[in-house]
Design a binder for this molecule. Sequence first.
Ligand code: HEM
Length: 444
Amino acid sequence: MDEANKQATEKSREEDEKPLDGQDPSSISRRDLLKLAGAGGIGLLLGSVGVGSVWAGTAKLGAPAASTASNAGPKQVIPFYDTHQAGIVTPAQDFICFAAFDLTTVKLSEVRDLFRRWTEAAAKMTAGQPVGGEDDQPSLPPADTGEAAGLHPCRTTITFGVGPSLFDSRFGLGAKRPEALADLPRFGGDSLRPEWCGGDIGVQVCADDLQVAFHALRNLTRLARGVAVLRWTQEGFQRTGGSGSAGETPRNLMGFKDGTANPDIHDKQAMNDIVWVQPSEQPAWMSGGSYMVVRRIRMRIEVWDRSTLSDQEATFGRYRSSGAPLGAKNEFDPLALDAKDEAGQPAIPLTAHVRLAHGEGPSEKILRRSYSYSSGIDRQTGQLDAGLLFICYQRDPRAQFVPIQQRLAKRDKLNEYIVHVGSALFACFPGARQGGYIGEGLFE
Ligand code: HEM
């Protein structure tokens, strides 16, 4: 080993010995975690010392600003084994790598094995560990691809779901398909492209570091070889915790605060009402799970940039600068839906996005967890291919996302500036227990 390598090894050893939270000397080190990972004890350890039990981080495109105490840093671990899957009511991380997979096998046993492998790998990667352990053979490809070596866990979450197509004739699962996993209807104005739609399986990887998130998705893809292939992927971002705006509602690519009126993720009752499938609901394997709708929504940014400020504000029904509803003063003031402007017209226009999205009663609320995306240039127009990777969670899309989107599709003034080009729906399993695996309730 040359001198440089020795120094690097020593430095990495010192890093490994550091406590994970960087402050409490009694807390576990990365090296401890490595040892326990070998013994299959990560979840146990996390459970026992409560690492990651305090959720903190940056706000999300879709999170109330109150959820934004970013003081835990990149060493924070969000436990993988839990009642619910992480990555749903977890305060949104800075980055997302989303992927939809199609199964190439027709054997249910191979699907089951894939989820077992994925569970084990996800538990490791969310704890900042490599997949497959540390003892690589020189004559074989390394078990882990390596680009996250030495990097912190960065609040990685990996959330798995299955799409309606999983319940076709291939695996004999038809009778287990949830009614709530009904195909989404076609909405007016949709311009969906097959390359951004559907998937037998959806995997949402989020982390406060893009390389860490990418590593996780890449290794899951690798583990799926011979059983499933990527169908489509999309990376997304929001302003990072380091940008100095922690605590404020993030802005979308149209310059508006996005997430103000999202339900409070810390309100358990609200999350039970809006997000989590309840034990009284069918099928039992979805109890504690949630339905994820994903829409890849392209923004016509160049057109938006030529519209006036007052037109932009009328489009959303909120002031750009403060985020307050039109006719109100502060960002978190309620929508004054009956207020009139000086001309006697509704202060929030009848076609404003927030008026139409507001939802008719509590049963129509959704939890948004969206990210901005930018994917180079649309070669046909020479314009930016950028927009919103809209993601929302709910107990039943038929009663929540669908009626909201039907109203938006008909009348939303925002439609002048956006087009829905991708769409997918996934039933996200409840969390896995230690020793079990994600999807067990469905596959066993
Ligand atoms: C590119 C597309 C979209 C953009 C740029 C966008 C942006 C916004 C903004 C700026 C707000 C106001 C601030 C806030 O409360 O978060 C908002 C509110 C909201 N949006 Fe969207 N949105 C988009 C698509 C959608 C879609 C597809 C849905 C669901 C079908 C949706 C549902 C909502 C809801 C439920 C609210 C809160 C309304 C309220 O109760 O005040 N949005 N959106």
